[in-house]
Design a protein. Structure first.
Length: 160
């Protein structure tokens, strides 16, 4: 019995590895670091949490990469992470990708792709996206609008 107790004590004393943490814990640690101004740690923690699929970590990581907070600016990396979030239904990421497409950030300007992203963001009732659809429709001909609306209604995501 003493041997079993000793073995259990040894197991409980072992350090917890980062892989044993879930995405929520890593996100929370990153948030604490970010709020404390330790952006490099926040970036590392949010990268870990994003890799585990934590949605807030994905968009937070993308934002840090885009703005160059705690790291050099990495627009392709930001677009990649925003796209992951957008494909999982994140309306803010979809609005961000709409703005990127409209302005040509991370690629060429593409009003149709921008309109599609904002239309997809509007689908779950995201009011800002609903209000912005007409802004993104400016300059699009009727055929492009009809095609884009059909793709949006079928849930077909744009490619970046």
């Amino acid at each position: 019995m003493k041997l079993i107790s000793f073995i259990l004590l040894l197991i409980l004393a072992l350090p917890v590895h980062a892989d044993d943490r879930n995405g929520a814990e890593a996100f929370a640690d990153g948030l604490e670091a970010y709020d404390g101004g330790d952006y490099e740690t926040a970036l590392m923690m949010w990268h870990e949490a994003a890799g585990k699929g934590h949605p807030d970590a994905i968009t937070s990581l993308a934002d840090m990469l885009y703005r160059g907070i705690g790291t050099p600016v990495d627009v392709p990396g930001a677009v990649w992470w925003y796209t992951i979030a957008a494909r999982s239904g994140d309306a803010v990421a979809r609005m961000t990708l709409a703005e990127f497409a409209a302005r040509g950030i991370g690629g060429t300007k593409d009003r149709v792709r921008a309109y599609r992203w904002v239309g997809l963001a509007a689908e779950p009732g995201y009011n800002w996206a609903i209000q912005q659809r007409h802004v993104y429709a400016r300059g699009m001909d009727d055929k492009a609008l009809r095609t884009a609306d059909q793709l949006i209604s079928r849930g077909i995501l744009p490619t970046n």
